[in-house]
Ligand binder design. Structure first.
Ligand SMILES: Cc1cc2nc3c(=O)[nH]c(=O)nc-3n(C[C@H](O)[C@H](O)[C@H](O)COP(=O)(O)OP(=O)(O)OC[C@H]3O[C@@H](n4cnc5c(N)ncnc54)[C@H](O)[C@@H]3O)c2cc1C
Length: 493
């Protein structure tokens, strides 16, 4: 008998339960059937594996959840725990705890959307989003009434955490891969299929003259044991799309009448030790009384990202900056509750225009950040503006200090040498009460396709202005209750 406590397991609680499709078809079918899913092989001809119309095989279940991140993970766990058969399709791979390198390069490559190299078309904004089992909740920094209480308890919300930003080897970071998805596998009702990219939501017209459509499942692609791309289908009573704000709208557009909005130091201190996100200030959060200000946060930054975000002045200058890496406090100058909007044709083709008011909020945040750093005892302070200027705080007079702060915080954001960063994408398939200006209703179900639910950050009507994971899990928790009700009604009807 295994006497080890679950949390002590070196591979993590999902390790044994993940179903890799890089196995023989016989083994895959056997595992799925063992878990109570019916699997059918529809076509034998050669083209079958290349087409969404003729999938190589079909798995049947009650609910298919696309994406295993903050939103999808919660919904999948709740539905499986309630006794429904759930298949989770996750585009990213699964890394057992023991296989986490915790090194920035390989981790970005293996666990981030676009290997962590996404940027808007004008190269002004870097985009970070998780793409692995657990999605953003596996890679993020974790700053953390019924849904809120349950979600916070599940995540073990705490202020102290010794943790790594590239996954977590000891399971202390309670992302969905350590919580809700564990519920799913423990229930015996769920299957998690990593490295499976959903291609289209499949829907058909209802038989009731309403002209409405009903979702019947999802097609997905994966690389089989021979390295060939195969296309298969999950047939389901309910379909939940939770690919994150960057990807959900593109997936819906592929074969769905659903619309998306498209808008959207001390010397001995080491910056890479201790908690990765430890302090927050709301000093400019209520910008000009609008409620749409910015919060100031600290964040642990790995050396690769640090170097990418440093001003380029010369080779010698960057060497000097990198040599101070461990003693540089990097502050997310301002996490703006933005009102600007953009377009994302796909997660890899994004344009975004910074609104003038958002620019002013960021500048206000920058000003306070410089003051906070100086007050906290920083010897030298600076921003990312193109000349790479800095000020030695103890050597400067108060007049020089004031001039520096004013000048640095009034420079146009676009004139800074490096892009600003976004890791909290939200909106584009907003929840609302009016089908003409929202994509899903208050249950999370799309107005246009019955049985198609969205369970991720894409349903937020606006940016929420704070770290969003708890809110996303809360909304998804409520959406899961609506899905449960629908499945119950289907059973009764
Ligand atoms: C570096 C970083 C730090 C962060 N720090 C914090 C923080 O401290 N606090 C906080 O609250 N939030 C933080 N966030 C934000 C938070 O993690 C996200 O807002 C949240 O995870 C979004 O949840 P989601 O369900 O919408 O999408 P995600 O969690 O991104 O999940 C979407 C999943 O869907 C998968 N997927 C996409 N397309 C497909 C497809 N076609 N088929 C199958 N699967 C697909 C993706 O691979 C991904 O795993 C951070 C994010 C990042 C990247």
């Amino acid at each position: 008998m295994n006497t080890k406590k679950k949390d002590d397991q070196p591979f993590g609680p999902l390790h044994e339960e993940i179903i890799s499709l890089k196995n023989s078809q016989k083994l895959i079918f056997h595992r799925l059937q063992e878990l109570g899913f019916s699997v059918s092989k529809l076509h034998n001809f050669n083209n079958a594996r290349r087409s969404t119309e003729c999938p190589a095989f079909t798995v049947e279940c009650d609910a298919v959840v696309v994406g295993s991140g903050s939103g999808g993970g919660v919904i999948a766990g709740i539905l499986a725990n309630a006794g429904h058969k759930v298949v989770v399709l996750e585009k990213g791979s699964y890394l057992a705890r023991s296989n986490l390198s915790l090194l920035e390069g390989p981790s970005m490559d293996q666990m981030y959307l676009g290997s962590g190299l996404l940027i808007t078309q004008d190269m002004d904004i870097m985009i970070l989003a998780g793409s692995t089992v657990g999605g953003g909740s596996t890679v993020n920094c974790e700053l953390y009434k019924e849904a809120m209480k349950i979600v916070c308890e599940k995540m073990g919300v705490q202020s102290e955490i010794e943790d790594e930003g590239m996954g977590c080897k000891n399971g202390k970071k309670k992302g969905t891969a350590e919580t809700w998805l564990v519920d799913l596998v423990k229930s015996g009702n769920g299957a998690i299929l990593p490295e499976c990219e959903a291609l289209e939501v499949i829907h058909e017209e209802k038989n009731d003259n309403s002209l409405k459509h009903k979702a019947i499942g999802v097609t997905f692609a994966f690389q089989n044991i021979e390295g060939m791309r195969e296309i298969c289908m999950v047939k389901s009573k309910v379909t939940i799309v939770a690919c994150g704000a960057l990807t959900t709208p593109s997936l819906l557009k592929k074969n769905s009448p659903s619309k998306s909005n498209d808008i959207w130091p001390e010397a001995e201190k080491k910056s890479y030790e201790g908690g990765i996100m430890t302090a927050m200030s709301k000093v400019v959060a209520n910008f000009e009384g609008s409620g749409y200000g910015a919060v100031i946060q600290t964040a642990g930054l790995h050396p690769g990202m640090f170097s990418a975000l440093m001003t380029w002045v010369s080779g010698q200058d960057i060497k000097m900056r990198m040599s101070k890496y461990s003693r540089t406090a990097y502050i997310l100058a301002a996490l703006a509750r933005d009102i600007g909007s953009g377009k994302a044709f796909s997660p890899y083709s994004i344009s975004y225009k910074l609104d003038q008011l958002d620019e002013e909020k960021l500048k206000a945040g920058l000003e306070k950040t410089l003051r906070i750093l100086a007050a906290a005892g920083a010897e030298e302070i600076g921003t990312q503006q193109e000349k790479g200027r800095s000020l030695k705080v103890n050597e400067a007079s108060s007049k020089e200090f004031e001039r520096f702060v004013k000048e640095e915080s009034s420079i146009e954001i676009g004139k800074h040498s490096v892009p600003i960063c976004s890791a909290h994408q939200m909106g584009r398939c907003r929840m609302g009460t009016d089908p003409t200006n929202s994509v899903v209703n208050s249950n999370g179900e799309t107005w246009e396709v019955e049985g198609l639910f969205l369970g991720d950050s894409s349903v937020c009507p606006t940016a929420i202005g704070v770290n969003p994971m708890v809110t996303i899990q809360d909304i998804s928790y409520c959406t899961a209750q609506s899905v449960l009700q629908l499945l119950k009604n289907q059973k009764l009807g």
